[in-house]
Design a protein around this ligand. Structure first.
Ligand code: CNA
Length: 281
């Protein structure tokens, strides 16, 4: 049975059981997978939390459906709502959270195989995680392209347009220029398809944080973990498809992800290093 190998690894599937296992046995190869929930404490709303989530707060844009703000077809017809939102949420206005620095710490301790993020806030870059250590699965604001002729525009060029409330039009062909974040209806970056097979081989721990696992194909990455790889889900809300009662390798921490990383850091004796990293920045 595929689950049995993991049950041999860890007898106690509580979060405390997981912490004491990490402390005494260690992990060698860790993959992290995250979503908007790791950035809410930085002040960036997620999508789906009722009340504070972005989808409940887009009334002022008069969209037929909240998700239209990230639909390519809608954007081509009416790019204004997206650019208004981009101004509000523009990377650079927010600081990384303890979770971002914890992931950097994993990398500095040579434990991080790769960080897979759905976020487009660039907080991983700001926290000092090297680009080659991450897959920004839903793209980034760092580069921009004309949807008509493909000409590339810099981050600075786009920022100037966004902050002066000007719809960015291509200097060459007058087409709409869009940041390279992945909209519904667009493909994922090549890295997303190229990296996982190798990354998940021999990975012994997968940490999933702050994501509802609703968006595919990103959510399907959890299935890449080998049977003997432990999977930890750290999220405010429980997720049906994760950690069935009969499973032998899934650990659930239902709560705040900043709390969870402080607990991990404390159990591993890393609290001072984590504090120092946060303070230094
Ligand atoms: P989501 O569907 O909104 O889910 C977020 C999850 O995080 C929810 O299950 C929440 O319960 C949970 N959560 C919120 N705050 C915390 C917290 N402090 N601690 C623990 N859990 C928390 O967002 P996903 O990322 O799963 O959905 C994928 C979308 C959201 C991607 O396409 C992203 O690009 C997009 N998004 C990104 C950002 C960003 O870059 N910061 C912000 C909003 C949306």
């Amino acid at each position: 049975h595929p689950d049995q190998s993991a049950s041999k690894v860890i007898p106690d599937l509580s979060f405390d059981g997981f912490l004491s296992h990490w402390k005494s046995n260690g992990f060698k190869k860790i993959v992290t997978m995250v979503g908007a929930g790791i950035s809410t404490s930085a002040g960036i709303p997620d999508f789906r939390t009722p009340g504070s989530g972005l989808y409940d707060n887009l009334q002022k844009y008069n969209l037929p459906h909240p998700t239209d703000i990230f639909e390519l077809d809608y954007f081509i017809e009416n790019p204004k709502p997206f650019y208004a939102l981009a101004k509000e949420l523009y990377p650079g206005n927010f600081r990384p959270t303890p979770v971002h620095y914890f992931i950097r710490l994993l990398n500095e301790k040579n434990l991080l195989v790769r960080h897979y993020t759905q976020n487009i806030d660039s907080l991983e870059r700001l926290a000092g995680l090297p680009e080659e250590k991450m897959v920004e699965a839903h793209g980034t604001f760092h580069t921009n392209h004309c949807l008509e002729c493909g000409l590339e525009f810099s981050k600075e060029w786009m920022k100037e347009k966004i902050f002066s409330d000007t719809i960015p039009l291509c200097d060459a062909c007058n087409g709409i220029v869009k940041p390279d974040i992945v909209f519904f209806g667009e493909g994922m970056p090549d890295k997303f398809y190229d990296m996982p097979a190798e990354d998940f081989k021999n990975c012994d721990l997968l940490i999933v944080m702050g994501t509802s696992l609703e968006v595919y194909p990103f959510a399907s990455l959890v299935g890449h973990a080998e049977p003997n790889c432990l999977r930890v889900l750290i999220n405010r809300t429980s997720i049906d498809k994760f950690g069935s009662p009969t499973n032998k390798r899934d650990i659930n921490f239902i709560g705040d992800c900043d709390d969870a990383v402080w607990k991990m850091a404390e159990a591993l004796g890393w609290s001072d290093e984590l504090k120092a990293l946060i303070k230094k920045e």
